[in-house]
Ligand binder design. Structure first.
Ligand code: 5GP
Length: 190
């Protein structure tokens, strides 16, 4: 998505050769109008899949997931990282290793939030090693729902997440794929 590549070039901050910060439009301040375009692009890519629900993980996945769900006209569910007293006791749970914190946490989705006849689209902001997306994919598979694919706003192609998901026969569609980051600059795959 050319507009996304331009936005990353203009506003992204290369923190290191492995970490990109996009706090001006997705991870802190949210450019709501731009997010809507991201959502429309996901909706276009997955338009023939009969998606009934979009799933992500709090907090940074919520903005693009909500935009995609809005464009598709379906609900969005975000997996919780903490055990809220208000969450149903019947939950699907998976352990996920955090890329940004290096810690391990459990994601939880109420069993009542997914039904076996759902057709699910997983959305996340970044794809690094694929732990977050694979954790969600495992939950979808356990629920018996159909996993239509994973939509990623920014995939870092030099990390192994894309290969891991595709090896598990999961369709992965990334709107921008970063080839490398060098001297504060971002280089994209074609
Ligand atoms: P993975 O589970 O694929 O290793 O990492 C994906 C998660 O880590 C995303 O949900 C995202 O929140 C976070 N993440 C991974 N890489 C980056 C990055 O370069 N920048 C930011 N802001 N978040 C990242």
């Amino acid at each position: 998505m050319k507009a996304l590549q331009d936005k990353i070039q203009q506003e992204g901050k290369v923190v290191s050769s492995t970490i990109l910060k996009v706090d001006s439009f997705m991870n802190h301040q949210i450019d709501v109008q731009f997010m809507a375009k991201i959502g429309q692009e996901f909706a276009r890519i997955f338009e023939n899949e009969g998606i009934t629900k979009v799933i992500t993980i709090e907090a940074s996945g919520i903005a693009p997931a909500m935009a995609a769900a809005s464009a598709l006209g379906v609900p969005m569910v975000f997996a919780k990282k903490t055990k809220a007293t208000t969450l149903d006791t019947e939950v699907y749970t998976r352990e996920v290793k955090s890329f940004t914190r290096g810690t391990v946490y459990d994601i939880k989705v109420a069993k009542s939030a997914i039904s076996a006849d759902d057709r699910i689209l997983i959305i996340d902001d970044f794809l690094a090693y694929g732990h977050a997306a694979l954790g969600l994919a495992n939950i979808v598979q356990e629920s018996g729902a159909y996993l239509a694919g994973v939509g990623i706003v920014i995939e870092k192609g030099f990390q192994s997440g894309g290969a891991l998901l595709r090896k598990n026969d999961i369709r992965v569609e990334s709107l921008a794929i970063i080839d490398r980051m060098e001297d504060g600059k971002v280089f994209f795959q074609d």
